[in-house]
Design a protein around this ligand. Structure first.
Ligand code: HEC
Length: 148
């Protein structure tokens, strides 16, 4: 057996070991995953709120906004599978064009505010902070917090 054939063989074995894990994401996993992302956003917004109110120094402001923009960038794919449930209203999928646009604006908006915070500092970033936090505008239409 050549070295390449041996290597290819072990890659195939590892792939077989990983395959069942990859294949088993069910509807509950899809909902859990998007809720994990949303809860990360919630915690980061909480940290940002403490900075904005002055109780925590602002030197980490850009970092928290960047985490929000990173999680925002993961979110469109998390809502792509049509799995109703959790706190998502059916409109997430029946009005997908509008929902996707709101999600996309969140991704680009939060990335822009990250750049402003890095290049121009926290004081200027505060003037644009709502672009990184369009949470309510989406939730009012697409989330039903009374559901679990
Ligand atoms: C483009 C739409 C959209 C944006 C923007 C958005 N969310 Fe959400 N969010 C949702 C939807 C839809 C759900 C319901 C998810 C589910 O349970 O299926 C949700 C759920 C949540 C939840 C509840 C999670 C749970 O465990 O039940 C929290 C907390 C949350 N979002 C926080 C935030 C914060 C904070 C932001 C802004 C930084 C944000 N979201 C931005 C659409 C959005």
């Amino acid at each position: 057996m050549t070295r390449f054939a041996k290597l290819a063989g072990s890659v195939a074995i590892v792939a077989t070991m990983l395959a069942p894990v990859v294949a088993s994401a069910d509807d509950k996993d899809v909902i859990d995953y998007r809720q994990h992302l949303m809860n990360t956003l919630d915690h980061q917004s909480g940290a940002l709120g403490m900075i904005l109110s002055g109780v925590i120094p602002d030197k980490h402001m850009a970092d928290h906004i960047e985490i929000i923009s990173l999680v925002a960038s993961l979110s469109p794919k998390a809502f792509a599978p049509h799995v109703e449930g959790g706190q998502s209203k059916p409109e997430v999928w029946s009005k997908a064009a509008d929902f996707d646009k709101k999600m996309k604006d969140f991704v680009t908006g939060s990335a822009n505010v990250t750049k402003i915070a890095r290049d121009q500092g926290p004081t200027e970033a505060v003037n644009h902070i709502l672009d990184a936090l369009p949470c309510k505008g989406c939730h009012d239409l697409y989330r039903d917090p009374s559901k679990k």
